[in-house]
Design a protein around this ligand. Structure first.
Ligand SMILES: C=CC1=C(C)c2cc3[nH]c(cc4nc(cc5[nH]c(cc1n2)c(C)c5CCC(=O)O)C(CCC(=O)O)=C4C)c(C)c3C=C
Ligand SMILES: [Fe+2]
Ligand SMILES: [Fe+2]
Length: 360
């Protein structure tokens, strides 16, 4: 048995293509405990996500977490599941399709696909499929604006691991982050302004980012800094003073200290201080998902209102906003520099490939 993935016999007669691969986290196949178990097992067995010694973690994961969490998480997923499926998958699929359409309209001849770090469609399957269709240059864009080892880092690992198994590797470029990309910041700012126009303006804007364990910052992970920078740039774009907004971190998992302040602490203390109306936004998520729709839009709201707050409004993620898709296209185009992009280039390469025929 070959140690490499299967590939068709080499032939000159193909059109070399450039591919863009969007990567997201992944989501269970259904909002049930049965579907949650393998998803959580794969996710939480990732050494980039949980760094505690393997033997101890194996016992905790298999002995406790996988017996308790699937049922609880399934209930949460059930509360946000749509007719089309899990919001994370639905938005990622639409983003890939819209990006492909926009790049095509801009004259770029590129394939655009998406894959999930955990679950399906898997990174390996999608890269193999792209390779079989002639992809020989690959640009990878994780859908996490801020780099964390536990999100973008592990997404890149999955790509590198796939390439390690390939005989005929594509050229590879990766986008590490886009936390300060002007188009991304402008789209966030526009979404806040539109929300204010429609619903009125709250007394405070809470910018909630997914958390990570505090020790990752001490060990050199840039995630905290990148979240703070996104927060500052968004505040500047909205002309907010430091009193008008707060950056906080959500989704704490386990007993260890995570990045602070915790979003739920911020929400209850704002309510107790008498800040009546707040707007919340999750700039670290390119699309709405469990962590935004259930934790922030639902749980956060309940906490704020039961702690004495008056009005709580959640601002949706960028999702399929045209300004966000345009920002993605700009980011991708800048990172495709020098690779085939136009139909003319592609035709030239095809002619050259034909001219060299099967002589060697
Ligand atoms: C935005 C980037 C993300 C980072 C960084 C991140 C780190 C991280 N997450 C966990 C544990 C869980 N996260 C879960 C869901 C989840 N996480 C992200 C993004 C980041 N996580 C997203 C987009 C989602 C939603 C997925 C969806 O299907 O909608 C979950 C699963 C849900 C649950 O059971 O609560 C866990 C678990 C850790 C431990 C971690 C960093 C160390
Ligand atoms: Fe997470
Ligand atoms: Fe910092």
């Amino acid at each position: 048995m070959s140690r490499y993935l299967h590939e068709a016999e080499f032939s000159h007669a193909y059109t070399p293509k450039t591919g863009v691969l969007l990567l997201n986290l992944g989501t269970p196949e259904a909002p049930t405990a049965k579907a949650l178990r393998p998803y959580l097992k794969q996710f939480l067995s990732d050494r980039r996500v949980v760094e505690i010694p393997r033997a101890i973690w194996w016992l905790i994961l298999n002995g406790i977490i996988l017996n308790v969490r699937p049922k609880k998480s399934a209930e949460k997923y059930a509360s946000i599941w749509s007719k089309e499926g899990s919001p994370l998958l639905v938005h990622t699929r639409k983003q890939a399709s819209l990006l492909k359409g926009l790049l095509g309209m801009q004259g770029q001849q590129v394939m655009v696909e998406f894959a999930m770090r955990y679950g399906n469609p898997s990174v390996e399957d999608v890269i193999q499929k792209m390779r079989a269709a002639g992809m020989e240059r690959l640009l990878v864009l994780p859908l996490y604006p801020q780099y964390a080892a536990s999100s973008s880092g592990t997404a890149h690992d999955a790509v590198f691991r796939t390439l390690l198994k390939m005989r005929n590797m594509p050229e590879l470029r990766t986008i590490r982050h886009y936390h300060d990309h002007p188009g991304y910041i402008a789209a966030l700012a526009a979404s806040v302004r539109e929300h204010w126009q429609k619903n009125g303006r709250g007394d405070k804007l809470v910018m909630s980012f997914h958390g990570v364990p505090r020790y990752t910052l001490d060990k050199g992970d840039p995630y905290h800094c990148e979240c703070m920078k996104t927060g500052r740039l968004l505040a500047e774009a909205l002309e907010l003073s430091s009193d008008d907004y707060v950056v906080s971190f959500q989704s704490r998992f386990g007993k260890a200290e995570w990045l602070k302040p915790y979003t739920f602490d911020v929400l209850s203390s704002l309510a107790k201080q008498g800040v009546g109306r707040i707007d919340t936004i999750c700039p670290g998520f390119a699309g709405d998902c469990l962590e935004t729709l259930e934790e922030i839009a639902m749980e956060g709201k309940e906490l704020f209102l039961t702690s004495g707050g008056k009005e709580y409004r959640y601002i949706p993620c960028l999702n399929e906003r045209p300004d966000w898709i345009a920002a993605m296209a700009e980011l991708v185009t800048a990172n495709l520099g020098g690779w085939i992009t136009t139909p003319d280039d592609a035709n030239m390469r095809q002619l050259r490939a034909r001219a060299c025929g099967a002589k060697h």
